[in-house]
Design a protein around this ligand. Structure first.
Ligand SMILES: C[S@@+](CC[C@H](N)C(=O)[O-])C[C@H]1O[C@@H](n2cnc3c(N)ncnc32)[C@H](O)[C@@H]1O
Length: 303
């Protein structure tokens, strides 16, 4: 019996396995990057996508498989890690799923999407519901190859798209660890007022954008209780997760940041304990986005 399935990003299967183990959720087997569990679905930061209602379906023929899926609902995405030819033939019989790159800040697709795979040539695993509206939990954007000085803006775009919220024009943002300025660029493009905090300089093209000011100081030297309130606190600072946790807790305790979005970066072995401490903060969203490397995105938004 498979009650849930979790899809890890390539190379992050061990992190997902460890997170599930710590949560007491069993993995009966792996199907490619998909962890199959006999336990009900629960939160999993290291899963790009979680299949919440998987069921095994006999599929004696390609037509029978496609018919069974269509009988359940219209929109399906395939995750194929084996039996690729047969899987492709089944997919051809289903309505095509448009995985069009988003033009930020357009919202994530609202249409319902399920996922399926072939566990064996004659056995489907199909989940009409999954946590991500994107195929394989991977959002793609129409990229800007001219404006931003680094590609880090993509993980901020992904975070804000997943959260379904972004700074409004005129809102005050602090961008900690801002250099060379990919996030600051993305925030300034939204019309927000951005104070970029870093000891390293911003790219001059970003520094001269309307609404951008630079503070050459350490993110850890700021006293949240003495800072004027901000609508958004962002951090992409490179530091140990435990140090970031303390910083985030100080801002939350001071109550001077309405919304927080931070990357929790891991150096060497993943610090699962601190990741769990982030997850335990009330109102937290914690996820490994498709644009995250060895890091998680932490967010806590105003209700
Ligand atoms: C991954 S980079 C940030 C990239 C940036 N978000 C962008 O979009 O271009 C990490 C930054 O953290 C900065 N940093 C490291 N320690 C810091 C500290 N104590 N205070 C402020 N910035 C710090 C580094 O100088 C570096 O620029």
């Amino acid at each position: 019996m498979i009650a849930s399935a979790y899809l890890a990003a390539e190379g992050f299967e061990a992190d997902l396995a460890e997170e599930l183990r710590r949560a007491g959720r069993r993995v009966s087997t792996w199907h490619g990057r998909l962890a199959l569990s006999p336990d009900p679905a629960g939160p999993a930061a290291w899963a790009l996508d979680t299949w919440t209602e998987p069921r095994e379906i006999a599929a004696p023929s390609v037509k029978a498989a496609a018919d069974a899926l269509r009988a359940l609902q219209r929109n399906w995405s395939a995750y194929l890690s084996a039996h690729h030819r047969r899987g492709a033939l089944i997919a051809e019989r289903l309505p095509p799923v448009k995985a069009r790159p988003l033009v930020f800040p357009e919202p994530a697709p609202a249409s319902h999407l399920g996922a399926w795979t072939l566990l064996a040539p004659d056995r489907l695993l199909a989940s009409p519901a999954k946590t991500s509206p994107f195929v394989h939990g991977e959002v793609a954007f129409v990229e800007d190859r001219e404006g931003p000085p680094s590609r880090a803006y993509l993980k901020l775009w992904e975070a804000l798209t997943r959260l379904g919220r972004h700074p409004a024009p005129g809102e005050r943002c602090l961008d900690l660890g801002a250099s060379p300025g990919g996030w600051t660029w993305a925030l300034a493009k939204l019309g927000a007022r951005v104070e970029a905090v870093d000891k390293a300089p911003l790219d001059p093209r970003v520094a001269s954008m309307p609404g951008v000011t630079m503070r050459e100081e350490s993110a850890f030297a700021l006293d949240p209780a003495k800072e004027p309130p901000v609508d958004w606190l962002f951090s992409d600072v490179i530091c140990y997760p435990a140090r970031l946790l303390t910083l985030v807790q100080r801002w939350i305790a001071a109550g001077t940041a309405r919304n927080l979005v931070c990357t929790v970066k891991f150096q060497g072995a993943t610090d699962h304990e601190t990741a769990a401490a982030f997850a335990a903060i009330e109102g937290t969203v914690l996820f490994h986005g498709a644009h995250n490397k060895h890091e998680l995105t932490f967010a806590r938004l105003a209700p």
